[in-house]
Design a protein around this ligand. Structure first.
Ligand code: KDG
Ligand code: MG
Length: 418
């Protein structure tokens, strides 16, 4: 028996795939796929501090496989890149797959003449609740920073604070009271800078800060906090319990997710909602976390978890366990990755919240974007496809220069999770 093969649609055949590396304020890697008919799709392939590894993976190993394929065959292309490499998962591979996947979704939606969210099932809501970022080296600075975020329109706010005795800490902006949260952890230098850490000092300090913020802003304001992978399960359990009176929307990365069983211990001791997963890249990484209901929010991004196709698998497994989403959205997720997240956010049912760290004006010179921000809600806009453009001339004005996330050391010099 032979199967009738549908005639290949020549216009949607992939003519070129270009890997674009630029550094407007910070480094980005973008894949631009063009069909025979000249329809262009963009995908984000930015892996903070390891950008060139993904650029090479794409350029040397993936681009040759794309030329001549039908751009419409998104699932088949995803499976080919996932199964066909033999070496599965991992951030470099999944970022590369994500860039291809998102570029193909962009092309499909542009050919259909529809914003991408329409192809993902249409809008499930009017707009997407997003959280902003506040930080302070002391309480007055933190309160000002929260007010500045509220003035920007944010209705939910992540709070990060300096800790007495710790010199440099994740998430605290150098000049937070200036209004904009301009914290960028990746420093432009040939080698990573070093920061320091003291868990006991952090555990002593944080609950009082959250109490002061709650007292100042009242019970309504959703507050979030990122512990950034630094605690053992027992320390995380202690922190979760200590901050229960301040009603966090979530406590993020309270302990590294490498050891999912550790979350059982945290759950036994606290009902503070837990968000995990910005470094997880595949639905397989979430199996135990979700099936045992060890977390409340999945934090992966389109960019790091295999694109719309990969992340949707995580979202759907999460939905089975009443877990909601809070996609990772720092500035190292490019405007392309951010737009892809917003289209998915608008369409899925189990949206929780979207992280939104606004990109700099320099980044905006390269990436034109159409997403809207009003009343504390984001919307991806109504342009066909993702609604993002790439300006080659502007990109050339801002070349890549090496930047690395910091290293973390304890007082005695031991390397700790950053
Ligand atoms: O590249 C790493 C950053 O994106 C990460 O440190 C930011 O933890 C982060 C967050 O929650 O945005
Ligand atoms: Mg985080």
């Amino acid at each position: 028996m032979t199967l009738d093969q549908p005639a290949p649609s020549r216009g949607s055949t992939i003519r070129s795939a270009e890997v674009l590396v630029t550094g407007p304020g910070r480094n980005f890697v973008t894949l631009r796929v063009t069909t025979q008919d000249g329809v262009v799709g963009l995908g984000d392939a930015t892996l903070n501090g390891r950008e060139l590894a993904v650029a090479s993976y794409l350029q040397d190993h993936v681009v040759p496989m794309l030329i001549g394929r039908d751009a419409h065959r998104i699932e088949d292309t995803w499976q080919m890149l996932h199964r066909g490499a033999y070496w599965r998962r991992g951030p470099v591979t999944m970022c590369a797959i994500a860039a291809v996947d998102v570029a193909l979704w962009d092309i499909k939606a542009r050919i259909a003449g529809l914003p991408l969210y329409q192809l993902l099932g249409g809008a499930s809501r009017e707009g997407i609740m997003a959280y902003g970022h506040a930080s302070g080296r002391d309480l007055p600075e933190l309160m000002d920073s929260i007010r500045a975020q509220q003035a920007e329109g944010f209705r939910s706010i992540r709070v990060q604070t300096s800790v007495p005795g710790v010199d440099k800490i994740y998430g605290v902006s150098a000049a937070p009271s200036s209004g904009t949260y301009d914290y960028e952890p990746a420093q432009r230098a040939p080698l990573p800078v070093e920061e320091d850490w003291d868990t006991r000092a952090y555990l002593r300090h944080l609950p009082g800060v959250l109490e002061a913020v709650r007292n100042e802003f009242g019970p309504e304001l959703p507050l979030l906090h990122d512990a950034h992978h630094r605690l053992t399960p027992n320390e995380a359990a202690r922190l979760g319990r200590a901050v229960e009176p301040y009603d966090l929307f979530w406590l993020e990365d309270c302990t590294p997710a490498d050891n999912p069983e550790g979350l059982r211990l945290v759950r036994q001791h606290t009902t503070t909602p837990l968000a995990i997963g910005e470094v997880l890249t595949s639905v397989w990484d979430y199996r135990q976390l979700l099936s045992e209901q060890l977390i409340d929010y999945v934090r992966s991004s389109v960019t790091h978890a295999g694109g719309i196709t990969g992340l949707r698998r995580i979202v759907d497994l999460a939905a089975l366990h009443q877990v909601r989403t809070g996609f990772h959205g720092p500035t190292d997720v490019s405007p392309v990755g951010m737009a892809a997240a917003l289209h998915l956010d608008l369409a899925i049912h189990n949206l929780g919240i979207q992280e939104y760290m606004q990109h700099s004006a320099l980044t905006g010179e390269v990436f034109g974007q159409t997403f809207r921000w009003s009343g504390g809600l984001l919307h991806p806009g109504e342009e066909p496809g993702l609604g993002v453009t790439y300006d080659d001339d502007a990109a050339d004005r801002h070349p890549y220069s090496a930047a690395y996330l910091p290293l973390n050391r304890l007082k005695d010099g031991t390397i700790h999770d950053w």
